[in-house]
Unconditional design. Structure first.
Length: 99
């Protein structure tokens, strides 16, 4: 039995009419299917209401942290926001240590 082909399979990509290889003309906006967008047109485009990621000026840092499976399961059992709960537990531990 062979494994199913993934969308990244080169044969499938070659046969997919929606997987267009961009040409230099397309990138310059000289292709009728890909017209160039002017700065005036771009200015009229609606902006997303919320940009992805942390807000500017955020005081948090992304880290990779290895936790015991049971510890992680405990926090995840509480549903969404488990990373915030881990942060709060660590903050309480620091406050107790300093007290």
């Amino acid at each position: 039995m062979t494994e199913p082909k993934t969308p990244r399979d080169p044969i499938d990509r070659a046969l997919d009419p929606d997987d267009v290889e961009f040409t230099d003309a397309m990138m310059r906006g000289e292709h009728p299917g890909f017209p160039r967008v002017t700065n005036a047109e771009r200015a009229r485009l609606p902006l997303p209401k919320k940009l992805p990621g942390r807000p500017p000026g955020s005081s948090k840092t992304r880290v990779n942290l290895h936790l015991d499976n049971d510890v992680l399961a405990h926090f995840k059992a509480g549903g969404r926001g488990y990373q915030t709960r881990i942060n709060e537990a660590l903050r309480r531990a620091i406050e107790e240590e300093l007290a």
